[in-house]
Design a protein around this ligand. Structure first.
Ligand code: URA
Length: 243
């Protein structure tokens, strides 16, 4: 990897600001490959340099991948003057890493949200060409029927002209209120709500369960997050879809 300034490398991990790194260098608190760093401007390859900050290994990671169980009421944005965003749910050091949500969930939608600072991966996951499937649990008002499943399977053009590709609708329970799993191969604005409203079954509750190979960790309570495992990162990077 290309060499980068020491203060940039250390600050990118979110724990220290560049100014703090400069002070740590002055205090002789930063060691690189066993030698005390003399200047925050020295350049190193972050993937090979062994950096110790105040006696602790830096543990450099080029990119960070976070799985968040998004609660309702929070915006899938990095900043918003009007309300709490998903970044506000993360600790301060994560907020300095340049993380952003990969795709959006509506404010009232819950469930799996991936945050990363890996722009290339985000672009790939969102690209219509890559066909990354997303699975949602939906509770709707009204009785879902086989006709609704057929309409989803055929694809539909909504009253406002929006063309929706074929999608999956699997009924889990049909009744006055029905439950279903919806699989989308694309991600248009309010797509599930609009498709189900078009079928006359307005959405009461929506939760994303899966995105490509990534499955919402059941041990994460609403608002909780964890880093992706190495295996999960490899799966999303190598573009495996839902099995
Ligand atoms: N479809 C919707 O209608 N809302 C979401 O948040 C995601 C998919």
């Amino acid at each position: 990897m290309a060499k980068e300034r020491l203060d940039k490398i250390i600050a990118s991990m979110g724990r220290y600001s560049r100014r703090e790194v400069k002070q740590l260098v002055k205090d002789g608190q930063i060691l690189v490959d066993g030698k005390t760093a003399r200047s925050a401007e020295e350049k190193y390859d972050p993937e090979t340099a062994e950096i110790l900050v105040a006696g602790q290994t830096l543990g450099y990671r080029r990119y960070t991948y976070v799985m968040l169980h998004k609660p309702a009421g929070v915006l899938s944005a990095t900043e918003d003057g009007r309300g709490e965003t998903v970044l506000d749910l993360l600790p301060a050091e994560y907020r300095k890493m340049g993380l952003f949500p990969v795709g959006r969930l509506d404010k009232d939608t819950e469930g799996l949200l991936l945050l990363t600072n890996d722009g290339e991966l985000a672009h790939d996951l969102l690209s219509p060409k890559k066909h990354v499937d997303k699975v949602y649990y939906a509770r709707v008002s009204g009785t879902l029927t086989q006709e609704d499943c057929d309409a989803f399977a055929a694809g539909m053009t909504l009253d406002d002209g929006l063309v929706c590709r074929e999608a999956g609708l699997e009924i889990l329970r049909a009744g006055e209120e029905s439950e279903a799993l919806v699989t989308l191969h694309e991600g248009k604005f309010h797509q599930i709500k609009r498709m189900l409203a078009f079928c006359g079954k307005p959405v009461l509750y929506l939760k994303r369960l899966q995105m490509g190979p990534l499955i919402l960790d059941k041990t994460l309570a609403k608002g909780e997050f964890r880093l992706l495992s190495g295996e999960e990162i490899a799966q999303i990077i190598h573009g495996q879809n839902i099995q």
